[in-house]
Write a protein that binds this ligand. Structure first.
Ligand code: ATP
Length: 362
């Protein structure tokens, strides 16, 4: 029997709709050939342009549809020219993350053959790891509280809870397990912290070690965040699954995107117990919006992660396999270079780049 998944689609701002359109078309075409799954897409408004017009960045009705969906596809959001009265940027993606308790920010760092990278990789040095950024607490916990006293001192609070950390580490070990089963990693989880200086990180590490002790078939280790930054450049092939706090993860995931040749190829997923959002790491690129030249690959790779997550959560191997096929089609397009956009050194339009992927899926 075919399982139909409801997908809430946020087109976003700037290039957002331009990269979402071909992504949904690719998903529809894969589903039309599947005997296991189909999709019902529902596009819902949110974002900076919506705020400018209607005074709200994430309408209640949009959030309700997202809550009721099986998964959420979210394109680039925000525009530098549109701000809240306090000067901060419109970022409904952060509101959704908080509202749906999406604690695991999954950021794959993978350098496929032929992918532009600043690293000089030699044979056998394969970079394919996943960084998991806790996304609901850590140093982002006090975001918005604005504790600035008499223009003399400012305070932020770093919050680590047992409840969220336990879920986060369970997620990290389950991911390492499934990567090991798929032959993509040795089954190792590295906890990245600063436990030598901060009690909050010693607590984070203690909870990590408790979870590690429950996984006899996997290995685990620790690394300080400063050393991790160094090793991600010097020897990134040593990593399999990295799990870390919100702020550290924020910074390290951009370093990871840099290793992958920039944000144009960096997908992401934000996953909680009951919901998940799939979104490219890059912004809305207003400088190139409307020209039909945006690179759709990070959005398409995020959709591949959605297929993988839905397939794994609902026991549909065909869907997991389609996620793999979609990712491999993007990697093949990158290697052959004929259908890549300008930011990757090619000349293809968004539509031509997406057509290159569709051609590889038949
Ligand atoms: P944000 O703060 O919203 O994440 P940002 O300041 O990092 O945004 P982006 O919108 O990601 O900025 O754009 C940074 C640069 O990368 C811009 O020059 C933009 O044109 C380019 N860029 C970003 N995404 C893409 C894409 N998908 N295709 C082509 N170029 C892109």
């Amino acid at each position: 029997m075919i399982k139909t998944f409801k997908i809430a689609v946020f087109d976003g701002d700037g290039i957002g709709p331009e990269i979402m359109r071909p992504t949904v078309a690719l998903l529809e075409s894969m589903a039309s050939r599947s005997s296991a799954y189909s999709f019902e897409f529902e596009t819902v408004p949110a974002g900076a342009a919506h705020y400018a017009q209607h005074g709200e960045s994430l309408p209640e009705a949009s959030l309700a549809i997202a809550r009721g969906a099986d998964a959420i596809l979210l394109s680039a959001m925000g525009l530098p020219s549109v701000r809240y009265p306090d000067g901060t940027e419109i970022s409904p993606q952060i509101e959704i993350r908080k509202a749906l308790k999406l604690y695991a920010g999954v950021r794959p760092v993978r350098i496929a053959p032929g992918q532009p990278t600043p690293l000089a990789l030699k044979g056998g040095q394969e970079v394919d790891f996943v960084l998991i950024r806790e996304s609901t607490e850590g140093l982002f916990h006090s975001q918005g509280s604005r504790d600035v006293r008499d223009d003399q001192a400012a305070y932020e609070t770093l919050k680590i809870t047992r409840e969220t950390s336990e879920k986060l580490f369970r997620f990290a070990f389950a991911l390492a397990e499934s990567r090991k089963a798929a032959g993509r990693g040795p089954g190792k989880v590295t906890c990245v912290d600063k436990a030598n200086v901060f009690a909050a990180f010693a607590f984070f590490r203690k909870i990590f070690d408790e979870e590690a002790a429950r996984h006899a078939g996997l290995t685990s280790d620790h690394a300080y965040v400063d050393a991790t930054a160094l090793w991600m450049v010097e020897k990134p092939w040593i990593f399999d699954v990295i799990v870390t706090e919100n702020m550290f993860g924020d910074i390290l995931s951009d370093l990871g995107a840099g290793l992958m040749g920039g944000l144009g190829l960096a997908p992401s997923a934000d996953i909680g117990d009951d919901h998940a959002v799939f979104q490219p790491c890059h912004g809305s690129a207003p400088d190139i919006a409307g020209q039909g030249i945006a690179n759709p690959f990070a959005m398409i790779l995020s959709a591949a992660m959605m297929l993988d997550w839905l397939g794994a959560s609902h026991g549909l191997p065909e869907m997991i396999n389609d996620g793999k096929r979609l990712r491999e089609a993007v990697e093949a397009a990158i290697a052959d270079r004929n259908t890549v956009t300008r930011d990757l050194g090619g000349a293809a339009s968004t539509a031509e780049a997406a057509a290159g992927i569709a051609a590889r899926l038949v």
